[in-house]
Design a protein around this ligand. Structure first.
Ligand code: KIV
Ligand code: ZN
Length: 515
């Protein structure tokens, strides 16, 4: 008989911990709404004790999400648990997720606690969490390197304290399928009343085994899988949601488990994540990579023409991959644009729609065909304007040696202009931006890529810039890649100004009042 497996998505918490994947509040909400459409059961929204911004992010997600449970992470200490419970307060179905390490190596070197002290801390944490939030998950960090009988002991303790879910993570991506399956079988067999709680598996991908380990854990009795979209996460990442779900769907005879995921939302979820974070999806990434359904060799193409089953174990449509579709033309009206945006999952208010329409017409003027991904990119980049202190109005460059750039930025009613030289046009333009704003940053990352096919493609630019010792992410989109790059740089600088500094004086030349 098919059994149900819950999908616990931690893209916004463990995934967000991966370098380059940080998201602000607005981006978290956008991603959370997509996860809701995808059909995950639980969205882990963050670690509220980490910062006020993180607390607000969790709270906003808890307010926005109605169909899934929303989880927040807390160490097994009262301050963390109280803060997580407060962030979850608006959630329809909150889950407080508390954890403590259980391996001797963590106890000795990190926690400096004895096994007995950890049992007591876990008991106290779960009891407190249970008084504050109706559903509690307990994680035994580094479970796969912990003593099995100690795991049995701590599971008994947290179950007695009221835990509803017990998660046994492979924190360092060390275990193997046979080993993890045995771990779940052993714990479940030795904890009285284990049938009343949900066992969960959370795996990291250091040895490339995260998906295989998650599937083996389910065979061993786990009924919840913790995973992230595109497998993003600490170090080598977490179990990739799309891979584990499609493995169960495609090999039902081996994995007779079902879940609530709407598989046609898999590619859109991965695309949105990549647009928000700037992280590129490798071309050969299973399910969501650009080449995952491309058949290059003649023999394969011949087979595909004869019958797709020869080389295709699932259809691209089933995971939401379609050829980028022409959405709208230059003469499309606002109603058409609103309609298509809605179909792509964006609920825009009248003001946002007006803003999008303006951007859409400007793009359609430059580009013959506007695709779904172009539209997604415009919507994602529109959010930049909520941070906007400076707005790029013009950039002109020459590629001479040294390269030169002239940049104009608007701030409120005033427009500023400056010029600079640099090692190339992009460098020169970034220097001109810095001269206008009066701050200097260190460029840590710079990526440019095309949103859609064609010579007139929209170029997406992503930067990560260190301003004042902290990294800020910025993105921009334009058919002109230098303009996209400068937009991205200005976006990162605006975030720095908005989040870290407040207002600034302007050393650059003020050239006009914008009416
Ligand atoms: O990897 C891990 O152990 C974790 C826990 C906090 C669940 O992320
Ligand atoms: Zn983890």
């Amino acid at each position: 008989m098919t059994q149900h497996v819950e999908i616990f998505d931690t893209t916004l918490r463990d995934g967000e911990q991966s370098p380059g994947a940080s998201m602000d509040e607005h981006e978290k909400i956008q991603m959370a709404l997509q996860l809701e459409r995808l059909g995950v059961n639980i969205i882990e929204a963050g670690f509220p004790i980490a910062s006020n911004q993180e607390f607000e992010g969790v709270r906003k997600v808890a307010e926005a999400i109605k169909e899934c449970r929303v989880a927040a992470l807390a160490r097994s200490v009262p301050g963390d648990i109280e803060r997580a419970a407060a962030a979850l307060e608006p959630a329809v179905s909150p889950v407080l997720h508390t954890f403590i390490a259980t391996s001797d190596i963590h106890l000795e070197h990190k926690l400096k606690m004895s096994r007995e002290q950890v049992l007591e801390a876990a008991h106290n944490a779960v009891s407190l969490a249970k008084r504050l939030v109706p559903r509690v998950e307990f994680s035994a960090e580094d479970a796969t390197r912990s003593d099995l009988d100690y795991l049995v002991a701590i599971t008994k303790v947290v179950v007695a304290a009221g835990a509803d879910v017990v998660n046994l993570p492979d924190t360092v991506g060390y275990t193997t399928p046979a080993e993890i399956r045995h771990m779940f079988e052993y714990i479940i067999a030795n904890v009285p009343g284990s049938e009343k709680i949900v066992f969960s598996s959370h795996n990291h991908n250091d040895l490339g085994l995260a998906v295989a380990n998650a599937l083996a854990a389910v065979q061993g009795g786990a009924r919840q899988i913790e995973c992230t979209v595109s497998g993003i996460g600490e170090r080598a990442g977490n179990t990739a949601l799309e891979e584990v779900v499609m493995a169960m769907r495609t090999r039902q005879e081996i994995y007779p488990y079902d879940c609530t995921i709407h598989s046609r939302e898999l590619v859109p979820s991965s695309t949105l994540l990549s647009k928000i974070t700037g992280l590129t999806i490798p071309y050969n990434k299973p399910i969501v990579g650009r080449n995952a359904f491309a058949h290059e060799s003649g023999i394969h193409q011949h087979g595909m023409i004869a019958n797709a089953l020869t080389y295709e174990i699932m259809t691209p449509e089933s995971v939401g991959r379609k050829r980028s579709e022409l959405v709208l033309g230059k003469h499309s009206g606002r109603a058409g644009l609103a309609n298509r945006s809605k179909e792509l999952g964006y609920e825009l208010n009248a003001e946002e729609l007006a803003q999008l329409y303006e951007k859409f017409i400007a793009l359609a003027d430059k580009k013959k065909e506007v695709y779904d991904d172009d539209l997604r990119m415009l919507i994602v980049s529109m959010h930049n304007e909520s941070f906007e202190t400076y707005h790029l109005t013009q950039v002109r460059t020459s590629g001479d040696d040294p390269a030169m750039a002239l940049v104009k930025l608007r701030k409120g009613e005033a427009e500023y202009m400056d010029t600079a030289t640099g090692d190339g046009p992009v460098h020169a333009a970034f220097m001109a931006v810095e001269r206008i704003i009066g701050i200097a940053g260190k460029l840590e990352q710079f990526d440019i890529r095309a949103t859609t096919p064609g010579k007139d493609a929209l170029g997406e630019a992503y930067v990560r810039v260190d301003f004042g010792g902290k990294s800020y992410k910025g993105n921009g989109a334009s058919t002109d890649i230098i303009e996209a790059a400068v937009q991205a740089y200005v976006n990162a600088a605006n975030k720095y100004l908005a989040l870290a500094q407040g207002s600034m004086e302007h050393p650059a030349i003020q050239i006009a009042q914008v009416p």
